[in-house]
Design a protein around this ligand. Structure first.
Ligand code: PCA
Length: 192
């Protein structure tokens, strides 16, 4: 199974992004996964992700980002068709109350096996929750654009977004353990 796992680079004045740290750890544990680090840039991030989808044709996509203030691993259930940035992206864009795609659907659902992932992580003692609001910033944006791309290209594959707590609030190796479990669960699920 060809899984693409993405993470974001640093933003908001922080020198690291928890998702990037976890992705490095995951790549060591699962060298076969395909990975992309996306800059927190509203133009470059989606274009890099679409390029990866086009060239890799993955069987599944797991997008990771960090959420300040969160104490749990948040399984995002849907992406909303809106950008409303509270802080600029790294290129200085502050986009207010604008749809991601004019006339696009209001929201697009994750196609990851979220119930199974939730139950498996919870059973292993990982702090996990579901969320129906991935924000109105880059994470929600690339989540929406990826789901929209997959629908538009008839790619019926599991794909979705997971928010991790900041590395300062949650040890990277624990978050990596949880994401490693998620990848194993997805691989097993795909075989069944
Ligand atoms: N978190 C931001 C964007 C990049 C990231 O890791 C967000 O939640 O939108």
């Amino acid at each position: 199974m060809k899984i693409l796992v993405t993470a974001f680079g640093p933003f908001a004045g922080r020198s690291e992004n928890a998702s990037m740290l976890v992705l490095h750890e995951l790549k060591l544990r699962f060298p076969e996964i395909r990975t992309r680090i996306l800059p927190v840039d509203a133009v470059v991030a989606p274009s890099r992700l679409k390029q990866a989808l086009r060239s890799l044709r993955p069987d599944a996509v797991v997008m990771l980002g960090e959420a300040a203030g969160s104490k749990t691993i948040r399984l995002e259930t849907r992406a909303w068709n809106e950008m409303d940035f509270r802080i600029p992206d790294i290129a200085g864009r502050l986009i207010a109350a604008r749809p991601i795609r004019e006339d696009g659907p209001n929201s697009l659902n994750s196609t990851l096996p979220l119930d199974l992932i939730f139950t498996s992580l919870d059973a292993d003692g990982h702090p996990v929750s579901t969320s129906n609001d991935a924000g109105r910033y880059l994470c929600n944006q690339v989540f929406y654009q990826t789901m929209d791309y997959l629908v538009g290209h008839d790619m019926e594959i599991p794909a979705g977004f997971i928010h991790l707590p900041l590395a300062a609030d949650f040890p990277t190796n624990q978050a990596a353990d949880a994401m490693a479990k998620l990848l194993r669960v997805m691989a097993t699920d795909a075989e069944s």
